[in-house]
Each structure stands twice: as structure tokens, then as C-alpha cells.
Design a protein around this ligand. Structure first.
Ligand code: MG
Length: 454
């Protein structure tokens, strides 16, 4: 797909991602959806209202009335779409820097559009075969004043609020000036938590930190946890579909450790858990210990959603899925990532144990990453052929959904071509540093030898 990547379309606003571009996407989506009503929302980005106005015009011109939700987290729009049975268009660039913006399309089931549906929208976009209506049939905007309250109350309906309230937790929250600034403080207060915040005023210039919830951007949160003696620190990305945690000592918790802890609490023998092909050994170990099946997809949430749907069609229970970046699915709740809901599931664990103790079993895993660059197609082919030979020659369990992942039970190594740069990335992970290094070096040596022979 040229227009839509695996997570929607994004670019520098008013440069790559212009109002004209968004207007055309809205016309194309409205033409494909053939519906008289579409929901429209945005995150806090400075260019959000400009681009939302363009989207509203495009939708109205192909005959759709537009429910304007204003600033709402992406999972809030998804909840609205599912409950109202209308498709939705979200203006967001998720975790990208402030100058970016983007478009995400959501079906009337509340789930991100599948690759097939996006391709239909893209075809309309490229051919410009829009179904514009007569002047008297154009759509109108309706402001939905209580969109955020509706989202928070449906969240409260889906978590064990009484149990969390009884624990008298203190939550340090960093919504990073994003859409969660307007919903997560209220949600955690309604769960009976004492809430202290940083970077919690909605601001599309993101003065306190960039929208991506990575340790380098979250030092304020670590300090706030310590200063406020909080039980946990919680951070969101710009559209609040992800949650990253700090323990009660102010230490950052790896997203992979959180995913493993949440999965361990959810999984029963015979269940499946779905993740991407670069999944941590932590989740491999949890799946093994609980007797659950681990299903790996190519990297990207669209691929994870597709696999969960396939498994559901085979009556396989998938109570949890996701990646180590803080984006977790609880498909029994909704097939979307929801930062506030994910945080509530972690708070449920905090009722019985401190945050540091919850993730303690998942500490001490060692990761190695290296890259091998190439300059010609012949070199790239040689690198991938060498990875395949190494995979076939090994006694590991092999997964080829996105590169070559070799699982040894106690450790793994993955060689996959980068989607954005001319390089093959090698990742490995084990409990012991020397084991992770050994596996990465074996793969690297094989690939470097093949490249030298081109
Ligand atoms: Mg996001």
C-alpha cells in the first residue's frame, strides 16, 4: 500500500500531510463506507482541528453526516464506533513528534480497518472516483459534547472498579499532553485512586515531553512517583492507546515485562496469546509455563488483529495479545489497544502485590541487537539466503512470518530486513548475556561471510 502503512498514514502536517490530502482520504473512505453517518475525532496536535475540518468537509461532500467527537483517545473513538455502529476517522499521529499528524480509519465494529479494506479506500483515493452528492444531500456536522464522558463511563463498566478502589492506590500519571490528558485523570479518580499528574494539560506543542512514551522522555514521571510515594507510574502516547509503567521505586518497567505479567494473569491452559515475531523471551516463558500457545505474526498491530480474528474463527480463546511497546489487546473487551484499560488491568494486579514484585519474574533478560547494512539487491539477497541456510541448519524451531526467527526454547535469534532502511536487523534474547551474544554472533558471522562473497 502506498497511502496507508501498517498504522495508518502519517507525515509532517501541512507539508506532507496537507488538508487537501486529508480531504481526499475522507472522500475516499466515505465513498467506500456508503454510510450516512461517520464519527470524527482527533488527538491534541496543533494541526488537529485544521485537518479534522478538512475531513468533515470531505465526508459531507459524499453525503455523510459527521459526529464530531473533538479531542478523544483513539480507543475512545473505537468504543464510540462500536457502540453506535458507525465507522470513524481519527486524526492522530500516535507517538510521532509534534510536527506530525495522520489519519486512522476505523470500521463500524470499532476495529481498525483491515488491509483489504484500506486497499479499497486507497484505490478510490488514487483514482479519485468519489461519489459526490447533490447540494441538497450533503452531510452536516453534529457536535457530540459528551464524547469523553461516554468513553470513561464505558471503561468503568468493563473493569473491576470496586476491587481497585478498595486498594487505595496512588497513581502518578503522565499523559504527555495528549488525548489521554482529558480522560485518564478522571478515569483513575473514578477508580478510587489518588491521582497526581505531570504533563497533563492538553497541548499540541507538547512542551513537557514528546508523545512517545520511552524512558528518555519519562524522567519527570520517575521523579513524580518517588516524590508522591505513588504505587505506580503510568504514561501514555499521544492518542493514549498505549500504557507504559514505572514501579513504586520510580524505576521504568520494560513494556515486555508488563506484557508478560498481564499475560500470566490472563492465560489459561489451551488459550493462545498473539504477539509479533520480535516478541520477548519473557512472553515465550509465560506461554510455556501456563500451557498456552504463542502465535507470532509479522510486526505491526494490523497483523496481530488479523491473527486474533483467525483464531477466534477457530474457537481458540485469545484473552491477551500485543507487543512490548505498551500496546496490549484484551480481545474479550474489544479488539483495540486501550492505554487506560491496559492500566486498569495492571491496577488489578496491584491490589495484591507491589509493582516491582509483579514484574520481578520478568527481570534480567538480556537483549542483543546488531545491524548489517547492504548497498545492492545482490547483497540483500545473499544476506537473506544466508539467514535461511542458518535457520535450516539449526535445531531451533523456525518462524518465517517476518524474516527468520529461531527459537531454542531458552533463547531466540531473529534476522529480518528493516522495513525502512537498507539493512538486515539481528535481534537475540536469553536470560544469560553470553547466550544472547553467542546466538547473535553466529547469525552475524554467517551473514557477513555471505555478503563478503557477493
Ligand atoms: Mg498510539
Amino acid at each position: 500500500m502506498k497511502v496507508f502503512g501498517s498504522s495508518g498514514t502519517r507525515g509532517v502536517a501541512n507539508d506532507e500531510l496537507t488538508p487537501e490530502f486529508v480531504l481526499k482520504i475522507a472522500k475516499a473512505a466515505g465513498t467506500v463506507w456508503r454510510t450516512d453517518r461517520v464519527a470524527l475525532a482527533r488527538d491534541t496536535r496543533a494541526t488537529g482541528d485544521m485537518l479534522a475540518d478538512a475531513a468533515a468537509s470531505g465526508l459531507a461532500s459524499v453525503g455523510a453526516n459527521v459526529d464530531r467527537l473533538g479531542v478523544v483517545p483513539t480507543p475512545g473513538v473505537q468504543a464510540y464506533a462500536e457502540i453506535e455502529g458507525v465507522p470513524a476517522l481519527m486524526i492522530t499521529a500516535s507517538h510521532n513528534p509534534p510536527e506530525y499528524n495522520g489519519v486512522k480509519l476505523i470500521g463500524d465494529d470499532g476495529i481498525e480497518l483491515s488491509v483489504g479494506s484500506l486497499e479499497r479506500v486507497e484505490e478510490k483515493f488514487l483514482t479519485e472516483k468519489f461519489e459526490e452528492v447533490r447540494w441538497s444531500e450533503t452531510g452536516h456536522s453534529h457536535v457530540i459534547e459528551d464524547s469523553r464522558e461516554r468513553y470513561v463511563s464505558q471503561l468503568l463498566d468493563n473493569v473491576d472498579a470496586d476491587r481497585i478502589a478498595d486498594a487505595n492506590l496512588t497513581v502518578a500519571l503522565d499523559p504527555g499532553h495528549g488525548a489521554g490528558s482529558l480522560t485518564s485523570p478522571e478515569f483513575f479518580r473514578k477508580l478510587g485512586c489518588t491521582v497526581v499528574t505531570t504533563n497533563s494539560q492538553p497541548d499540541g506543542h507538547f512542551p513537557g515531553r514528546d508523545p512517545e512514551p520511552v524512558p528518555g522522555n519519562l524522567r519527570d514521571l520517575g521523579r513524580l512517583v518517588e516524590a508522591s510515594d505513588a504505587d505506580v507510574g503510568i504514561a501514555h502516547d499521544g492518542d493514549a492507546d498505549r500504557a507504559i509503567f514505572y514501579d513504586e521505586t520510580g524505576e521504568y518497567i520494560e513494556g515486555d515485562a508488563t506484557l508478560a505479567a498481564l499475560a500470566a494473569a490472563q492465560l489459561e491452559p489451551g488459550d493462545a496469546v498473539v504477539s509479533a515475531v520480535n516478541v520477548s523471551q519473557r512472553l515465550v516463558d509465560v506461554a510455556h509455563e501456563t500451557g498456552a500457545q504463542l502465535e507470532l505474526t509479522p510486526i505491526g498491530s494490523t497483523n496481530i488483529i488479523t491473527r486474533i480474528r483467525e483464531l477466534a474463527d477457530q474457537d481458540v480463546s485469545v484473552p491477551v495479545a500485543g507487543e512490548g511497546n505498551g500496546g496490549v489487546f484484551f480481545p474479550n473487551y474489544r479488539l483495540s489497544r486501550d492505554g487506560a484499560y491496559t492500566a486498569a488491568k495492571f491496577l488489578e494486579l496491584l491490589v495484591d502485590e507491589r509493582a516491582s514484585a509483579i514484574v520481578e519474574p520478568y527481570n534480567g533478560y538480556q537483549n542483543v541487537r546488531t545491524n548489517i547494512t547492504y548497498t545492492t539487491d545482490a547483497e540483500q539477497d545473499a544476506l537473506l539466503a544466508a539467514a535461511e541456510r542458518a535457520a535450516v541448519a539449526s535445531n531451533a524451531e523456525l518462524n518465517t512470518r517476518d524474516g527468520y526467527r529461531l527459537d531454542y526454547g531458552d533463547a531466540w535469534v531473529l534476522a529480518r530486513p528493516s522495513g525502512t532502511e537498507p539493512m538486515v536487523r539481528i535481534y537475540s534474547e536469553a536470560r544469560e548475556r553470553h547466550r544472547a551474544e553467542e546466538l547473535a554472533e553466529e547469525m552475524e558471522d554467517a551473514l557477513r561471510a555471505a555478503k563478503a562473497n557477493v
